[in-house]
Design a protein around this ligand. Structure first.
Ligand SMILES: O=C(O)CCC(=O)C(=O)O
Ligand SMILES: [Fe+2]
Length: 354
């Protein structure tokens, strides 16, 4: 048999799925079509582009303006909003994190990632009736008090969170689970919005260096809703170990599954490896912005393989894990540069792709 050449391979594509039947009151047939399309995408690519999400374009424009206003500030000013170690909030300066350490593999170029970021999240005060750990559900850090940055990012946070919940409603149908199955795992979900800015001034670039905007990783939680500029950089790994550029269609949001969903489905659905490698043209990096809404589940939820996902006679690929343990190991890796030793399966995929 002849080896397959690149031209014979089906082109790598992130499927486009219209989720409007679940955002509005779609017919059972329309919902079933959406659920089937989501199931196909989750089994094969682990990334989806969604349309029909119902987010008003002005909310996305507000998010983009907030990102621009904040990251335009001088580095020394932004640094005052760095959170204490272990608190997943506030500012991250360029070259202070390594995402590949979240799955236990040091960056191939031995350099930290050059993205800068700002995180906000669900706080303990959002759930006054529950005694949630103050460190995980930490207060937000607002650079301008209750000013436009807070208003705009919180508006996006609410909408992205709504979309994440629509997605878990679809997931329950697509996986043949009872309606509302995810609710018990997500009613005080540990959600974080991470706004990323990829921009190094020309003087800061070593042209021949192997520059990494954000190292290869899988996302940690249930599902991520990603707003991104239509600028190259985001790359997704396929089954043959090749990286593919992914740009969202105009108006579409990217969605990708995290590790907890891969664990629940015993990898029937994928938590796909991705990274950000912006092209360097004439010594310049084209600026790229993104905002990832991580829907990570209740801190005290226990995640183990769903019935029917483990073939008879086989063991589940992963032991049960609490959201707390899983997320703590990942964040210690990426943010505190402590290699995560509990992600062997993911680490192996990274090493194979190198
Ligand atoms: O910038 C991007 O498009 C991806 C960001 C990402 O993967 C993340 O924040 O986990
Ligand atoms: Fe990611």
């Amino acid at each position: 048999m002849q080896p397959t050449t690149d031209t014979e391979r089906p082109r790598f594509q992130v499927p486009l799925v219209d989720i409007s039947p679940y955002v509005g009151d779609g017919s059972p047939a329309a919902r079933a079509r959406t659920a089937a399309a989501v199931d196909r995408a989750c089994r094969t690519v682990g990334f989806i582009q969604i349309t029909g999400h119902g987010i008003d374009p002005t909310v996305a424009e507000g998010l983009a303006a907030a990102i621009d206003d904040f990251f335009d500030l001088p580095l020394e000013v932004k640094k005052q909003w760095i959170a204490p170690p272990g608190i997943n909030r506030g500012y991250t300066a360029p070259k202070s994190e390594q995402l590949s350490l979240s799955l236990g593999v040091a960056a191939a170029n031995r350099m930290n990632d050059f993205f800068e970021a700002f995180n906000i999240g669900v706080t303990a005060a959002d759930h006054p009736g529950l005694d949630l750990p103050a460190g995980d559900y930490a207060d937000n850090i607002w650079p301008d008090g209750a000013g436009p940055f807070a208003a705009r990012t919180l508006a996006w946070f609410a909408e992205a969170g709504r979309v994440a919940r629509v997605l878990t409603t679809i997931f329950a149908d697509a996986l043949g689970l009872p309606a509302g199955w995810f609710d018990a795992f997500t009613d005080h979900s540990l959600d974080v919005l991470r706004m990323n800015n990829y921009a190094l001034p020309p003087g800061d670039i070593e042209l021949d260096a192997d520059l990494t905007g954000m190292g290869e990783h899988t996302d940690y939680g249930i599902v991520t809703v990603l707003w991104a500029d239509r600028v190259a950089g985001l790359q997704v790994l396929d089954d043959d170990g090749r990286w593919h550029d992914v740009l969202p269609e105009p108006g579409a949001l990217l969605v990708n599954l995290g590790d907890l969903t891969a664990r629940w489905t015993n990898e029937v659905w994928r938590s796909t490896l991705h990274r950000v490698k912006p092209p360097v043209v004439d010594g310049r990096i084209e600026r790229r912005r993104s905002a990832a809404y991580f829907h990570d589940g209740n801190i005290d939820a226990v995640v183990s393989a769903l019935p029917g996902t483990v073939p008879p006679g086989e063991e589940p690929l992963y032991p049960p894990v609490t959201v707390a343990e899983h997320i703590a190991g990942k964040l210690a890796g990426s943010r505190q540069l402590v290699r995560n030793t509990r992600a062997e399966r993911e680490a192996q995929r990274v090493i194979t792709a190198r």
